[in-house]
Design a protein around this ligand. Structure first.
Ligand code: GRG
Length: 298
């Protein structure tokens, strides 16, 4: 299996699901929905929904297009996209470029961008709970919803973003950096893997192993993001390169230099793959995704 073609196929699957689930820009709220669609459909690697699908595939024979997995996968991408829209705002990172396009506040204005982010976050929970889209039983729905809410909120992504912003231009211990990375980026990535597994009826033992896998790749993802911020170009990334130094952010390269950071990222990816030893060949996509997280160029 080629990771490139796997990623392309799953990405198309996720994007067609958005066409099915996401409201059209029409009617009374046309302008608001247009701003949400602008950011959601602007591209992006769709790593979180793909991880959700891959985790489901790792524990069952289910068809990838299983109606119960795609709404969860799409909800994760809605939350991720909202976080990018808000992260780009002038009050936060103040970025003008995202996914190779003007950021939402540049295209639609600040108030619309805030509301587009709010709408995307809330829509995620609509998707998760609405029986029209999601045929999971009530217990699974509740577990998945709670897992995602916890990962996205004050004890996960939002908490991590707060730590990140309040620590700009200051020195702090490495443990704080790890904690920022694990909560700001890692928590939603772990939730992507865990919720895919729950939706596909994984056993508690499988869920525990996949949670560990998710923790490692979540951290690796942000370490590589730190690296790319200093080694890649704005054109390659589709967002501002070099912004971490400009904003005075502490990062892995700032702590360890580029070579050591690469080593640490590679080791973290190996740790992730080691969590999959009890899984059979159905976990191949998860193994390849771990490698991809290390080798990605944007
Ligand atoms: C609650 C007001 C308010 C704002 C929330 C939580 C938050 C703002 C921002 C944190 C999210 C953030 C920017 C995390 C960094 C994670 C990261 C590496 C993002 C880039 O993810 P990719 O590479 O992007 O998957 P694509 O564009 O491919 O989806």
């Amino acid at each position: 299996m080629e990771i490139k073609s796997y990623l392309n196929t799953q990405k198309q699957l996720v994007e067609s699901a958005f066409e099915e689930f996401f409201p059209l820009a029409e009617g009374e709220f046309k302008a608001h929905i247009e701003a949400m669609r602008y950011s959601l459909l602007a591209g992006g690697k769709r790593i979180r929904p793909i991880l959700c699908i891959a985790a489901a595939q790792a524990v069952s024979e289910i068809e990838v297009a299983n109606k119960n997995i795609l709404p969860v996968a799409c909800a994760l991408e809605c939350i991720h996209t909202y976080s990018l829209v808000h992260d780009d705002l002038p009050a936060m990172d103040n970025d003008a470029l995202r996914r190779g396009k003007a950021t939402t506040h540049v295209a639609y204005g600040e108030a619309e961008a805030i509301l587009a982010g709010d709408g995307l976050l809330t829509w995620a929970f609509d998707l998760l709970s609405n029986p029209q889209y999601n045929g999971l039983d009530a217990d699974k729905k509740l577990r998945i919803t709670h897992c995602i809410a916890r990962a996205a909120g004050s004890f996960g992504m939002v908490g991590g973003q707060t730590l990140d912003i309040t620590n700009e231009n200051s020195t702090f211990p490495f443990e704080t950096l790890q904690s920022i990375h694990r909560s700001k980026t890692g928590a939603l990535i772990t939730a992507s893997v865990v919720t895919g597994a729950i939706a596909a009826n994984a056993s508690p033992k499988q869920i525990a192993a996949l949670e560990q896998y998710g923790n490692h790749i979540g951290l690796a993802f942000q370490i590589v993001d730190d690296l790319l911020n200093v080694t890649a170009t704005t054109k390659q990334l589709g967002k501002a390169a070099g912004s971490d130094v400009e904003l005075g952010k502490a990062t892995y390269p700032a702590f360890f230099g580029i070579d050591k950071t690469r080593e640490l990222a590679e080791k973290t990816v190996e740790d992730a793959k080691n969590c999959l030893t009890d899984f059979d060949e159905k976990a191949l996509p998860l193994r390849l995704l771990a490698d991809y997280i290390y080798t990605r160029s944007h």
